[in-house]
Design a protein around this ligand. Structure first.
Ligand SMILES: NC(=O)C1=CN([C@@H]2O[C@H](COP(=O)(O)OP(=O)(O)OC[C@H]3O[C@@H](n4cnc5c(N)ncnc54)[C@H](OP(=O)(O)O)[C@@H]3O)[C@@H](O)[C@H]2O)C=CC1
Ligand SMILES: O=C(O)CCC(=O)C(=O)O
Length: 451
């Protein structure tokens, strides 16, 4: 027998969540946004209330926290903390990146794992949600130190993951180098060559287009949003933040589609290049960041453009903003400035880069706003395609993978419009992504019983 339950108010729900997860500020922020989107939908669909999906989906299935000891180049022992949040496996193995950054803590990884559940569902591929990482800082470390850390991290993590259980990938501070070291250690310990990680090198099981996928996917999503207004990126001035994996391939795709990117940043400041970051300058950025592991300030010196230490790029006039660095990098004032300067579209390469107050500004002004869990889903989507290729022991061409990516981003856009269209015609992509991502996971959870 089932009983009809009244859904808790957003405040009741959040008070309860906060009392059980004190101090996990980013996690509270991510859950609050989803609850606000979902409560009206739950009123119309009471079976999700009866099954207590909201209560279950916001509680990780499993949290792993472990010691990561390693030896630095001076022979001194260092100790970091490792994490893996296995958030939800209703529609597939846990899937999501690993972040190595000194700011990493439980609340940040839980927000990322929670977002990942909805994002992965939106891709239409069979992937549950997870996230992990460490407070280890790869900056200023030698390759040997990074390798020893990665090997120690994987020595513990390998007990909990597997190609049908949990498949990590990269995120901030984890790129091809780190995935290589972790894959090597997993293979050595388990004596098996499997698709246990994605983002692998193309010669050893990686998918073509995975490095490009998050940035390209975000630009495809922005293009879809603009297309809904009979507009495009051609001739648009674009502000990008960050200068890592996502930012670099965002610039590449914007250039290809005829836009002009005028900013890039890192945690020390931003550069403003009014002439645009063309292909040649982008090659310089890729060398600077991926090989030399230098600071974006060096771009300003090399190309004689403005560098603004300890500032973010949102005061630079643009038509389109593609935040691609980190969470909460655009606050209310930044959002107001963007709109006052004529910005008509914000599409998030980073996870949760806009504060809730910034999001309110976008929605009140009815600009095109693509939240990260929809707009940056291209990365994990191509990770899902890497898992398929590994399982079939085949490799698709660049063109095949790129065509899949384009189709997936278009489908995500369609799902957001389906669930997010307001009565006045404005598409609230926040509601669209949250409800669109929720339905498949919630239905699977109901079908699988109280687990
Ligand atoms: N890689 C992927 O496939 C995906 C990534 N994302 C998200 O995209 C964003 C960027 O990731 P990715 O490009 O992979 O990471 P990278 O490590 O390659 O690059 C991160 C960039 O962001 C900057 N950054 C990091 N932390 C801060 C901070 N606190 N303040 C200002 N700038 C900062 C870094 O600067 P510095 O070098 O100074 O630290 C660097 O330029 C993240 O939010 C990530 O979660 C989302 C989906 C998939
Ligand atoms: O490719 C993946 O599995 C992870 C991508 C990721 O971490 C993200 O979407 O935030």
């Amino acid at each position: 027998m089932t009983t009809m339950l009244k859904a808790p108010s957003s405040k009741e729900f959040m008070d309860n969540l906060k009392s059980r997860t004190p101090g996990e500020i980013e996690f509270h922020q991510a859950v609050h946004e989803v609850v606000e989107s979902l409560l009206p939908f739950l009123e119309e669909n009471p079976r999700y209330k009866t099954a207590k999906i909201l209560e279950r989906i916001s509680e990780p299935e499993r949290i792993l926290i472990f010691r990561v000891p390693w030896v630095d180049d001076k022979g001194e022992i260092q100790v970091n903390r490792g994490y893996r949040i296995e958030m939800n496996s209703a529609i597939g193995p846990y899937k999501g990146g690993l972040r190595f950054h000194p700011t990493v803590n439980l609340g940040i990884l839980k927000f990322l794992a929670f977002e990942q559940v909805f994002k992965n569902s939106l891709t239409t591929l069979p992937m549950g949600g997870g996230k992990g990482g460490s407070d280890f800082d790869p900056k200023q470390k030698s390759d040997g130190e990074v390798m020893r850390f990665c090997q120690s991290f994987m020595t513990e993590l390998c007990k909990h993951i597997g190609p049908n259980t949990d498949v990590p990938a990269g995120d901030i501070g984890v790129g091809g180098r780190e995935i290589g070291f972790m894959f090597g250690q997993y293979k050595r310990l388990k004596n098996e060559f499997t698709g246990v990680l994605t983002g692998k090198g193309a010669e050893w099981g990686g998918s073509l287009i995975r490095p490009e996928a998050t940035g390209y996917g975000n630009v495809y999503f922005a293009q879809e949003m603009l297309k809904s207004k009979n507009d495009s990126l051609k001739g648009k001035t674009v502000c990008v933040s960050g200068s890592g994996n996502v930012a670099q391939f965002t610039v590449e795709k914007v250039n290809e589609l005829g836009g002009k990117v005028v900013t890039l940043s890192d945690s020390s400041g931003f550069i403003h290049d009014p002439d645009g970051i063309d292909g040649e300058k982008l090659t310089y950025v890729m060398r600077l960041k991926n090989i030399k592991r230098g600071r974006i300030e060096e771009y300003a010196k090399k190309f004689k453009v403005g560098y603004y230490p300890n500032e973010k790029p949102w005061g630079v006039p643009c038509d389109v903003a593609l935040p691609s660095a980190t969470q909460n990098e655009i606050n209310k004032k930044d959002a107001q400035t963007l709109i006052e300067n004529g910005c008509i579209c914000v599409s998030e390469g980073a996870n949760m880069p806009s504060t809730p107050e910034a999001v309110d500004v976008y929605l009140e002004n009815e600009i095109l706003y693509g939240p990260g869990k929809a707009a940056n889903a291209g990365g994990v989507a191509v990770s899902g395609l890497e898992m398929s290729q590994n399982a079939m022991r085949i490799s698709w061409s660049r063109e095949e993978v790129d065509n899949h990516l384009k189709r997936i981003m278009k489908d995500i856009h369609t799902a957001c419009v389906k669930y997010g269209k307001s009565s006045n015609g404005y598409v609230n992509y926040v509601n669209g992504a949250n409800i669109g991502g929720f339905v498949k996971v919630a239905n699977a959870m109901i079908a699988q019983g109280v687990v």
